[in-house]
Each structure stands twice: as C-alpha cells, then as structure tokens.
Design a protein. Structure first.
Ligand code: SF4
Ligand code: SF4
Ligand code: SF4
Ligand code: SF4
Ligand code: FES
Lengths: 148, 713
C-alpha cells in the first residue's frame, strides 16, 4: 500500500478537529479543582468524624467496638471514667484517647457500623494528603466535631 | 465440686448416643464426654451445684422395659441432676431450645444490656449464651429496673447490681472456697442482692476470684475498670512472682503494657484461683519511675551511662575482691539469674559473700537436710488435699502461702480432713480448725515439743502440763490437738517459724510418718537456696569449703568499713531490718552498686544504679515453695536498656575471661551440670504445668541430735 498524504495525514487531522469542534458545544465535565469542587454522593465514606450530641457532649463512650470491628486494626481507643466535675459523655465511660491511623484505614466504614452510639462516622472530606507519616495519626482532638 | 463420684458406672444415652459414665456424675459434666455443652450460669465445677439460674434445662427420660423412652413431664436442671442407670438426656430438642430462650428472655428483661461500657463485654457468658441460645429480639418494652451502678464492694471489687443475675457464684465462693463468708444474699426473689452482711467492705484475701467467676459484669475489678476490652488485650501464660506459691496466671497486656492478671488452671498448684496479692499486685510493671538505663553517680546527681561503662566500673570494684566485696540478691530473681550471679561472685569476685535471706538464716550444717537428712519440703500442695489431718504450725497461711491455705481448706471442706492450727495470733485457718492452739509469743518450740511428745508417744519433760505453764496452751487442748491429728497426715509450716520449732516438727513428722512442708516466703526462695545464692552452700546443696558472710555479717562488715564494695541485686537493703545498721553500712562502703527496676531507698546511696528487667520481661524458671520448677517466657519488653540479671552477670564474667553464655537455655545446661536435682527435669514438663524437683527422700541420720535442741529449751 502506498502512502497518501491527503488520506493518511490531512484527513485524520481535520476529522479530529471536527470531533473537538462538536464537543465544544457540549457541557463541560472537568472541574477546576481546587477552586471548584464536584458535589459528593451523600453516602461517601472518607475522613472520620467523632460526633457530638446536641448538648455538646461527646457521643463516643470509648467502648472499642470500632477497634474490634476494624479489619485494618487502625483504631486505638483508651477509655476513662466520667466524673461529675469532668464530664465528656453521658453515662460512666468516655474515650480518653482515640486515634485512627489513616495510612492503614481502608475506608470500609465497619467502624461506623459497629458504633453503638453513632459516634464515629465517615464523612466527605477526602483531602487527606500530608507530608509526614506521623501526621496521618488522627487524634481525638482532630476527629472530634467542634461544639456547635 | 461435683457430687461424690464413685468408680461404679451407669449406662445412659445423650441425644440417643450411648455412654458409660461414673455413677453420680452430674448431667452437665457427663455430656462433656461427648463434646457437647449445656449452657450454664450458676453451675461451677468447683462449687456445689445449687440450680439457681435454670439455664441448664434439659429433657430427661428413662428407658422403659419395652425400649421406649418415657420423658419426665418437665425439663430438668442438668447441673443438679446426677446420672442414673437407663437415663436418656436430650440437650437440643425443640422443647429445650424453647426453654433456654425463655430463661434468657427473663434474665434479659431485668438486665441493663450496657455491654458497650461493661468490662465483661467480649468475654461475658451472658452475651455468649444469648448469642448462641437466646432470642434475637426483645419483647420487653417497659422501663428496666434501676439499681446502684459501680458500687465499691472493696478497694478491688466493684459491684454493678443491675447486671447481677443472682447466680450465687460469688456468695458460694466465699463460703466454700475462700471461707471468709463475706458475701451473702440480702432480700429475696427479684430484689435479691449479693452484698456483705453489714454493707461493710468485702474483706477477703481472695476477693479477686469472684470477679472471674461472676458470669456477668456485676463484679468487676476496680483496677481494670475501663482499662481495655478483651479484644484489645494480648494474653500470655505467666507465673506469679509476688507470692511463693507459683500461682499460674494469664498475663494480659496491651501495647507492651501490663494490664491485668487472671487465674490460669494448674490442678497441682492453684487449681484456677489467685490470691489478691497475685491478682492485684502486679502494678509495679507500670511503675512511672522504672529505670531504663544505667546511672552513674557524679557528686549529688545521677547521670545516664552506658552498660559498657557500668560493667567496667563494677568489675573494677568487685573483680578478685575476695573478702572485701559482697552481693545481696533477691529471692524473686529467676533460677538462671541467681545461678549466674553466684557463679560470678565465686569465680570472678573470688568470694563467698553472697546471700538472699533477709537476716540470720541457718548455716549449712544446721539445715534440716544436712543436720538430720530430712526433706524440708517433703510433699506438695496437691498432696494436702487428701491428708487425713493437717497441722498448720506458726504460720498465717492465707497471708504467707495463699494457695496452700486454699488446699488445706479444701481438704477440710471437701474431704473432711481434721485441721489443727497453732499460732501466736488468730489466723484465717482458725475458722475451720478442729483445735486451735494459741501460744505465747516465743514459745513455739515448746508447743512443738509437747505435740511431738504426744504424737510420737515418747517420754520427756514436755508434758502437756509443762507446755501449759510455758506457752499458755491449756493441757487438754494440746491433748485434743494430738488426738485430732490421729496417726498420719501432714505438717505445714513456713520458714518464718524460728529454728528449733521447725526442727522439732520435722523430726516429729518423720517419726510419725507425716508429710512435712517447710515452705519458703518468696517466689524463688527454693531456687536461691538450691542454686548457691548462699554464703556456705554451692549449687546442688554442696557445702562450701570456707563460708562467706551472711546478710547480717555483710551489713555488719560494711558498717564497720570492712567492705570495699557491695552490690544489691533487686534488694532494698532497708527491707532487711535495722535501719540504723543499714544506713551505716551503705554509707561506709566505697562502691555501692544497686540493681533494681526502680530507684529504691538504698539507691540514694548508690555509686552505680543498674536497671533490672522484671520477671515477665525475660525468659526464666522459678522454684516455688513446694519445689515446683515453672517457666515464664519473656512476655513484655523491658524498658530501654534494662537487662535480666543473668545477662549482667554473664557479661561481667565474659569480660573477665569466662566463656560467654548467650541464652537462658545455655544457663540451664550449666545449672544441670552442677545441680543434679535440676538436671533431672524435662523442659517440656517445666513449661507445661511445672515439674517438681525430685524429693531428696528421707535418709535420716543423727536424729538423736534433737535431744540437744530440746535440752536447750
Ligand atoms: S473505615 Fe474501616 S479500616 Fe478505616 S478505621 Fe473504620 S473500620 Fe477501620
Ligand atoms: S467511636 Fe463508637 S464504637 Fe468506637 S469507641 Fe467510640 S462509641 Fe465505641
Ligand atoms: S454483663 Fe454481659 S450482657 Fe450484661 S452488660 Fe455486661 S457484657 Fe452485656
Ligand atoms: S454478682 Fe455475679 S456471681 Fe454474684 S450472684 Fe450476681 S451474677 Fe452471680
Ligand atoms: S446452671 Fe443449672 S441451674 Fe444454673
């Protein structure tokens, strides 16, 4: 087969521009991240949050059920006892230390499933990049929802 | 405790499978022979069955002559029903399943179900049985009862009344096993509550056990409260080193930190129990001031140093020190550590100045085995269970030898042994003693001599009347005690008892064919004595050619400025007595080396402070007070650069030319080469339940020497 400049070079280029030209009229799908963000699905499972009751008390009771359910074994919970002077959660027990190792987390959501009080939930913040490995240990202070 | 099981057997069927079992065995136990299980709450194999919870309901029938089975109209409690000929037991018919659901539904109606915050959650029989046999949903929508939560029964035990299922295990434990009868049920029916009688503290030396046998989270440990959940913990088999019994424990730890102790079954030692010293006395593993590196004193301050500097300094002060140096070791160190230390002292320091005993202590020729050829520990804890009579002399067993105490009590409670207690003060054992002999302080030997005279039926001046005049023990009480002790049995005493009394008892026991137990006070007293941590005894019990100084001698010499260097290994010298003498001794030695896991009072005087690894942080074996050698592996990591004492001793020896030793098993072969008792042990057995050192066997000689002792009274 012989080489034909028109058939093999010019025609594909022109038809290529044709596709582009047709697309120009359609709606754009790319977003200008980070200035623009796409809306997320309501059940997206990303960064964890430790929620509070409306009263401001923590929901977490330090039961370690999330840690028990976690397939990646990346949750560490240390409980302590509430006193009337220092009350963190309703009832007798609260989590004194609560840590998640985000490097190991696979965002399966089992922790949320296991939690008897709905304390730990996976929300939509997915921007978890960081520079130091240590920074991926999310402490209770980082995870806890601010008091509204 | 199952009902008396005879050797007679009966034929029964379980779920139509034929089975031959001993007559009188309980149905719950019999089905285990088939690998089946009947769910239970109140039944406990070591307690009398009471049938309080009804969890164990099964259908029971009897074979009729025509081969059919006629079932009893109502389900039966498997934990109170002994098997009999022709019995047919059904453990998983629809009716049984319905009954179990019903029982659990009732229990749960009154149960708070706060599993997420309950310390029992994850290892809770109520959770397990509910999951396996219970209803999956609740029909109970009404308000639950509310009762006090986290009520402190004692400093160790917390009671959550809402969770109690009124099984009575705790109450029965204090009545049947520990014998302090501290707990009882108040009120009746649904309002029944376990508590102490007058709502006083739950005072018991064995209170920790009720936490473990409570089938729910009603009784929990105040020390473990909210510390961890069972699935957070790693558990390893260990040995208690704070009591002399060699209690087998589960050592639970989390992220390299000790968390709690549970009893581990060893029928020969502790069955499954622990004493409170064992259960709650291991917190020192987490001491905030654990030493993690060697420290050198520079003026007033201690500065961290390296092991290499420390070893050089210790060697410079001690090597070839002869009479001018001495070492005091703790009898809670492992066999390996004690052996390597004494070897270092003898071979490198060239001295016999080593001792583990707090004060005094008997010279080689004064010890029972050498003076009379009598075995100081001639029986085991388990032997006591079947001794017809037991004399407990001069010891508060529940404090000093808790597991021996439980066995003596069991001998009385389950096998009707007659117990005679002789002591200066009231002890727990008085409560079940046939006869209690309360003698005046200092008159133990006379009472022992009086008892010997009655038991061995010999003549002498220690007539009951003479004993009464000296000791204040009424003459007829002494006669009653001798009568109660009968012809054979066991004599139990501890090393705390002063020398002449123990000697008289040992001879008396020999003369009347009784087992004699002279039990030591620490986790490895026996090992320290057998492996040469003594000034006049080499490993294997061989007499040293020249005796070194004992503890008292060492302190005196140090105080007089005659010691150049002193090394305290795991010992706080201030615990050895006379504070004045000790502080003078510590001030007057040039080089004081203190090896310990945390800075003790003696450490303030130290030139060098060396960090010690604790028993669970190293591999080692221990010889308990009944001369059972048991093994504990390294469960935790020692903090920082803390080392086991055998390692320190071997490094010093190696630095001065000895062949290096790399592992505890190498140390054990060294021990075997000089201590024949230890050579006869098999490591597999030592690891699995422990192995008893061979009895020396009685080879009595010179028994007439006793006359001299008696004459001196
Ligand atoms: S999302 Fe899954 S992996 Fe991540 S913490 Fe929860 S349970 Fe663990
Ligand atoms: S987050 Fe939920 S499951 Fe985890 S410890 Fe807290 S209460 Fe328990
Ligand atoms: S006792 Fe058992 S069932 Fe009851 S709250 Fe505790 S863990 Fe749950
Ligand atoms: S406290 Fe525990 S052991 Fe005692 S009766 Fe209640 S459930 Fe049983
Ligand atoms: S186990 Fe049989 S009644 Fe409780």
């Amino acid at each position: 087969m012989s080489f034909d400049v028109f058939r093999d070079v010019a025609k594909p280029i022109v038809s290529g521009f044709g596709i582009t030209a047709r697309r120009l009229k359609a709606d754009k799908v790319t977003v200008q991240y980070p200035e623009e963000r796409r809306e997320q699905f309501p059940r997206t499972r990303w960064r964890h949050v430790l929620t509070r009751y409306d009263s401001g008390l923590e929901r977490c009771i330090g039961c370690s059920l999330c840690a028990g359910a976690c397939p990646a074994k990346c949750i560490y919970v240390e409980a302590a006892e509430n006193t009337d002077e220092a009350r963190f959660s309703p009832g007798e027990r609260y989590s004194h230390r609560y840590e998640i190792n985000m490097l190991r987390c696979i965002f399966c959501g089992y922790c949320q499933d296991a939690c008897p009080t709905g304390a730990i939930v996976l929300r939509q913040d997915f921007e978890l990049a960081n520079y130091e490995r240590e920074d991926f240990i999310y402490t209770k202070e980082m995870l806890l929802e601010p008091i509204r | 405790m199952a009902a008396a099981v005879s050797t007679e057997t009966v034929n029964i069927t379980v779920n139509d499978i034929e089975l031959v079992v001993p007559k009188g065995e309980l149905v719950v136990e019999a089905v285990k022979r088939l690998g089946l299980e009947i769910p239970i709450f109140c039944y406990h194999p070591r307690l009398k069955p009471v049938g309080m919870c009804r969890m164990c309901l099964v259908e029971v029938g009897f074979k009729q002559p025509d081969g059919t089975v006629r079932k009893m109209p109502k389900p039966q409690a498997g934990c109170t029903l002994p098997v009999s000929e022709g019995m047919a037991v059904y453990t998983d018919t629809d009716a049984v399943k319905r009954d179990r659901k019903g029982v659990l539904e009732f229990l749960l109606a009154n149960h708070p179900l706060d599993c997420p915050i309950c310390d029992r959650g994850g290892e809770c029989p109520l959770q397990n049985n509910t999951l396996a046999y219970g209803p999956s949903t609740s029909r109970f929508v009404e308000m639950k009862r509310h009762l006090p939560k986290a009520y402190p029964l004692s400093q160790y035990v917390t009671l959550d009344l809402e969770r109690c299922i009124q099984c009575g295990r705790c109450v029965r434990f204090t009545e049947e096993i520990s014998g302090d009868s501290q707990l009882a049920f108040r009120f009746r029916g649904a309002s029944m509550q376990p508590s102490t009688f007058q709502l006083t503290d739950f005072e018991s030396k064995f209170s920790g056990n009720v936490i473990e046998i409570c089938p729910v989270g009603a009784l929990t440990s105040a020390k473990y409260r909210f510390r961890a959940r069972p699935w957070d913990l790693q558990t390893s088999p260990g040995i208690c080193t704070v009591t002399p019994c060699g209690t087998n424990i589960w050592f639970d730890h989390r992220s390299g930190k000790f968390v709690r102790v549970n009893g581990r079954t060893n029928e020969g030692v502790n069955e499954e129990w622990t004493c409170d010293r064992t259960k709650f006395g291991h917190d020192f593993y987490n001491a905030a001031d654990r030493l993690a590196t060697p420290f050198r004193r520079d003026g007033e301050a201690f500065n961290a140093a390296s092991w290499s500097e420390a070893s050089q300094a210790v060697l410079a002060a001690f090597a070839d020190g002869g009479e001018g140096v001495a070492v005091l070791v703790s009898p809670t160190l492992s066999n390996e550590s004690l052996f390597m230390t004494q070897r270092l002292v003898r071979d490198t320091f060239k001295t016999n100045n080593i001792d583990f005993r707090p004060s005094g202590g008997l010279a080689w020729s004064e010890r029972l085995e050498n003076k009379y050829g009598l075995d100081p520990v001639g029986g085991t804890i388990a032997d006591l269970e079947h001794a017809g009579s037991i004399l407990v002399f001069g010891a508060s067993l529940a404090d000093e030898q808790p597991m021996t105490f439980l066995r003596v009590r069991k001998a009385w409670f389950s096998h009707g042994a007659r117990v005679v207690v002789a002591h200066e003060v009231a002890t727990e054992a008085d409560s079940f003693a046939d006869v209690v002999l309360r003698y005046n302080p200092g008159s133990a030997a006379v009472v022992a001599a009086g008892l010997r005279q009655l038991l061995a039926k010999v003549e002498g001046k220690f007539t009951p009347e003479h004993v009464e005049s000296v000791s204040g023990v009424p003459a007829d009480k002494l006669r009653a005690a001798a009568a109660s002790l009968g012809e054979n049995g066991a004599v139990v005493t501890t090393r705390r008892l002063a020398k002449p009394a123990a000697e008289i008892l040992a001879v008396a026991a020999h003369e009347t064919g009784r087992t004699f137990l002279h039990m030591g006070p620490h986790a490895n007293t026996e090992g320290a004595a057998a492996l040469g941590a003594l000034p006049d005894t080499l490993p294997g019990g061989v007499k040293a050619e020249t005796a070194g100084l004992d503890t008292k001698g060492i302190l005196d010499a140090a105080a007089a400025g005659k010691l150049k260097a002193l090394w305290l290994v795991g010992v706080d010298a201030f615990s050895l007595g006379d504070r004045d003498l000790v502080s003078r001794a510590l001030e007057n030695v040039e080089t004081l080396v203190v090896t310990d896991y945390r800075p003790t009072e003696s450490a303030e005087y130290a030139s060098w402070l060396l960090p010690l690894a604790l028993p669970a942080e190293q591999d080692g074996t221990y010889t308990s007070s009944e001369r059972r050698v048991q093994h504990m592996g390294a469960i935790l990591q020692a903090p920082g650069e803390a080392r086991a004492q055998w390692q320190v001793a071997q490094e010093l020896a190696a630095r001065s030319g000895a062949a290096p030793v790399f592992s505890t098993s190498e140390v054990r072969s060294l021990i075997d080469s000089v201590a024949p008792d230890y050579a006869s042990l098999t490591m597999a057995k030592v690891i699995d339940g422990g192995e008893l050192l061979p009895r020396r066997g009685q080879s009595p000689h010179d028994l007439e020497k006793l006359a001299q002792t008696l004459g001196g009274l």
